[in-house]
Write a protein of this length. Structure first.
Length: 215
């Protein structure tokens, strides 16, 4: 089974579409948890679509994600932000390609009001991540094996760059990632994203903290 965890702080106008994309999978064995970061009003969306609901204390993605993982039943975890969309083939292709590795990643369509483009993720490279303090893998495509994710967890001190932390953690321990040459999500680009300014002082401070943990 796969657990799709949809993370949200509020409905920014896209939550219905995100949920519908998760429900429209060419794969039968999955559950969906709507994980609300401190907003009990989002339960109406869980009730509307008959989803599990997880409510955290509003302290950021990492605590919200960890709490939802605790109640998940899947052997695999797929995160979906409220502003993104899964393609219908997403779970099927990621499950078919993950093999023995703890993380699978793929390609995405980046889109905004101006148009869209295909992003093809390159090979996972620890040296690249450390040297450039940047991720060139599309983390919106990630599928995790839950048993490994539970061992590492999300560091709740990390308030952004959470998937950068997971990548450095896994690769520094010698884990390999599975690449699937398929488009598995549509990633919405907009100014409300913390990643909109990847070299901001706040994000660089967090990335330095992450790199120093593992090197």
């Amino acid at each position: 089974m796969v657990t799709i965890i949809i993370t949200a702080e509020k409905d920014r106008g896209w939550l219905d579409d995100a949920i519908k994309s998760a429900l429209n999978q060419d794969f039968d064995n999955y559950e969906i948890i709507l994980a609300s970061d401190g907003n009990p009003d989002l339960k109406k969306y869980a009730d509307k679509y008959k989803l599990k609901f997880s409510l955290s204390e509003g302290e950021g993605f990492t605590k919200n994600a960890n709490k939802a993982i605790e109640i998940s039943k899947g052997e695999y975890i797929k995160f979906l932000s409220d502003d993104d969309l899964l393609t219908s083939n997403c779970l099927k292709d990621l499950i078919n390609g993950i093999g023995k590795n703890p993380l699978a990643y793929a390609n995405a369509i980046n889109f905004n009001e101006g148009g869209e483009s295909i992003y093809k993720s390159p090979p996972a490279d620890l040296n690249f991540l450390i040297k450039y303090k940047s991720s060139n893998l599309h983390d919106a495509t990630f599928l995790f094996k839950k048993d490994i994710l539970l061992k590492t967890g999300f560091d709740e001190k990390v308030k952004n760059c959470e998937f950068f932390d997971i990548m450095i953690n896994y690769l520094s321990k010698g884990y390999e990632f599975s690449y699937i040459d398929k488009i598995v999500c549509r990633y919405r680009k907009h100014t409300g994203q913390s990643s909109h300014i990847p070299k901001s002082p706040e994000r660089m401070q967090v990335k330095n903290y992450i790199i120093n943990k593992y090197t």
